[in-house]
Write a protein that binds this ligand. Structure first.
Ligand SMILES: Cc1cc2nc3c(=O)[nH]c(=O)nc-3n(C[C@H](O)[C@H](O)[C@H](O)COP(=O)(O)O)c2cc1C
Length: 132
């Protein structure tokens, strides 16, 4: 079974988890990066990133290699931003047709909201996650 772990990480937590999963199950690791980076200062990014997440923005991503048809399982990892889907993941969902694919997801947070974000992810995908 071929698996991809696709993640976005601003401060490293989701990358850490993605890396662990990929190593453990021998999956391909696909880290998404935006062309325009978010502010380095965390406090500033709380405002800009949070607003961007609430507005459901789809920032341009740097080129990445991913073809959904290559994979039996796709694991999506994302940080919770303003209790919403992180914008780079919105872009990934828009750029890739994941219909009919088996998808699992995880979210990193500092206070909470992972269930809510994974529910939102399910509703964007139009399908239940096979694991969360
Ligand atoms: C713009 C922004 C908004 C955030 N909003 C939330 C939130 O609504 N709830 C929460 O629990 N954590 C929130 N966080 C904290 C991150 O979800 C948390 O630090 C996460 O572990 C970061 O993952 P990363 O290191 O992979 O970027 C926010 C962080 C940022 C930068």
């Amino acid at each position: 079974m071929k698996t991809a772990v696709v993640y976005y990480s601003y401060s490293g937590n989701c990358r850490f988890v993605a890396d662990k999963i990929a190593r453990n199950i021998n999956a391909d690791l696909i880290g998404l990066e935006t062309v325009d980076s978010y502010p380095d200062k965390r406090a500033k990014n709380f405002y800009f990133g949070g607003k961007s997440a609430l507005m459901g923005e789809t920032p341009k991503l740097k080129p990445y290699e991913f073809k959904a048809s290559d994979y039996d399982l796709i694991i999506i990892g994302l940080p919770v931003w303003a209790a919403s889907i992180t914008p780079p993941i919105n872009t990934f969902l828009k750029e890739n047709d994941l219909k009919g694919k088996k998808i699992a997801g995880y979210a990193c947070c500092s206070i909470g909201g992972t269930e809510r974000v994974l529910n939102k992810l399910e509703s964007e995908l139009g399908t239940k996650l096979v694991a969360r």
